[in-house]
Design a protein. Structure first.
Length: 480
């Protein structure tokens, strides 16, 4: 029997058709590239159990067909990013009174391009054209990127069917934060948790009770000093679980290890945590909600140092510019990278619909001095939120700057040591020094702080055009 005998109106001579007798375990790339090529072009049908060229039916019995389908799914999930949105169907036929099956995989054009095939850590991009699959040209890759609809990972459909019994952890998470109320089915439907056929969105899969995949991986570490390079690692833990379990894990990890202290205010003793609870929670939620879930092989990193906590999330700011380092958290415009995940967290009452999480962090640190202000820095592949340890008196230590010893400065200020460290290796403009300290470039700062250090010989002043520069006098200090 032949394929055209059981499939009506099939066009055998078609650029959008490819057949394989069986999936080659020894040459996975040989057939995976066809799936990627169809997704990067205008789609196509891929038949398994059909002889290539002749289209003769080879087929499988029921058990073998199921094994072949599972192997196909596993390889696609492991090696193609993002996973193409495919429909997989068993097509039954009989020959000599024996039941047989072939597998049809229908691959539409991907809304997110390019689909990348990554095998043995080598990424490749393929394109289907003229009945053959080959490597995409540079122009084709550019065109794919331009035409991509930028569909968010969490909004794409998975091949997992919705089972209300598999979200008990999410239901408990919702109930705990909403005065014991029950998470209604209508709410899930309105958020697009699953489609009309009952298939979950990718983001919904990450909330399932038994999810333990790499998409939500977390690494939590404690370092004995101020940086990763030269300091001893006290603790390093890895965690895989659903989103709500991940949030709880990160909170517990930090809470169990953070410092606590007591300060005296107007004859009243006040307990303080190294990291305010509301700020910490907002930082964790932000990392989860805005993580780039397309990036495989990455994880959210929670790193505790002697002077600070860093929470890093894969992916730069969504559709945003590289910020570098900024203390102006309130000035950052929040853009959702993951609409479904954010909607679930908003509905669970742990995230603000208006995206005011950064404002809450600023409020929690409002009474802190210039050296204990939280800040954020972003690059193209990650963003990191930094919380200074409020129990560490010196604030965040810049490990790239030297620690200096010097005699007390007459009429000195609390800024003297930090200024001399900052200006030790290179001359700095007044505006740079003020920004580093988090103070205004005022006349008072120039005269009473910088002027005093210069008058007493600790700083040397120079001028270039209209800009004033200061550099530490090495004769007045020594390295610790």
């Amino acid at each position: 029997m032949y394929l055209e005998e059981i499939i009506d109106d099939i066009l055998i001579e078609n650029d959008k058709l490819e057949c394989k007798s069986v999936l080659n375990r020894d040459d996975v790339v040989g057939w995976l590239k066809s799936i990627a090529g169809f997704a990067n072009a205008s789609g196509g049908d891929f038949y398994i159990g059909v002889e290539d060229k002749s289209n003769k039916l080879i087929g499988f019995d029921r058990k073998a067909a199921d094994i072949e389908r599972n192997y196909f799914n596993n390889q696609v999930n492991e090696h193609l990013t993002p996973r193409p949105q495919m429909k997989i169907a068993f097509i039954r036929y009989e020959i000599k009174n024996q039941e047989r099956f072939i597998i049809r995989v229908s691959i539409p054009e991907s809304s997110v391009k390019p689909v990348i095939l990554k095998y043995k850590n080598i990424p490749s991009i393929f394109m289907r054209r003229d009945g053959f699959t080959n490597g995409a040209t540079y122009e084709e890759i550019i065109e794919m990127s331009v035409k991509s609809k930028n569909t968010q990972y969490d909004m794409l459909l998975s091949d997992v069917k919705y089972n209300p019994e598999k979200i008990s952890v999410l239901r408990a998470f919702y109930s705990e934060r909403n005065d014991g109320k029950e998470l209604k089915e209508k709410a899930l439907q309105s958020m697009g948790f699953y489609n009309e056929d009952g298939y979950l969105r990718n983001g919904a899969v990450l909330f399932l009770d038994d999810y333990s995949g790499k998409k939500t991986e977390i690494q939590c570490s404690v370092f004995s000093g101020f940086n990763k390079g030269s300091e001893r690692i006290v603790t390093i833990n890895r965690f895989n679980g659903n989103i709500t379990a991940s949030i709880n894990y990160m909170m517990d990890f930090v809470n169990q290890r953070m410092n606590h202290s007591i300060i005296k205010l107007n004859d009243v003793r006040k307990n303080i945590d190294a990291y305010p609870q509301r700020a910490l929670f907002e930082g964790v939620i932000n990392a989860v909600a805005h993580r780039n879930y397309y990036l495989d092989g990455t994880q959210i990193q929670v790193d505790m140092f002697k002077d600070r906590l860093e929470i890093s999330s894969p992916g730069g700011f969504y559709r945003g510019e590289k910020l570098g380092k900024t203390y102006d958290l309130s000035g950052i415009i929040s853009k959702r990278r993951n609409d479904l995940i954010a909607s679930v967290l908003v509905f669970c009452n742990v995230m603000e619909a208006a995206g005011t999480g950064f404002d809450k962090i600023v409020e929690e640190y409002e009474g802190a001095d210039a050296f204990h202000r939280p800040y954020i820095y972003s690059s193209s592949d990650h963003f990191t939120l930094v919380f200074p340890d409020l129990t560490y008196a010196d604030g965040v230590v810049d490990s790239s700057l030297p620690v200096l010893l010097f005699a007390p400065v007459p009429n000195g200020t609390e800024y003297d040591g930090k200024i001399m460290s900052f200006c030790y290796y290179q001359a700095r403009k007044v505006s740079e020094i003020a920004e580093y300290l988090g103070v205004s470039d005022s006349t008072y700062f120039r005269k009473q702080v910088l002027g005093n250090l210069e008058m007493n010989g600790y700083l040397e002043k120079s001028k270039l055009s209209r800009a004033m520069f200061y550099k530490t006098n090495p004769q007045m200090v020594r390295l610790a």
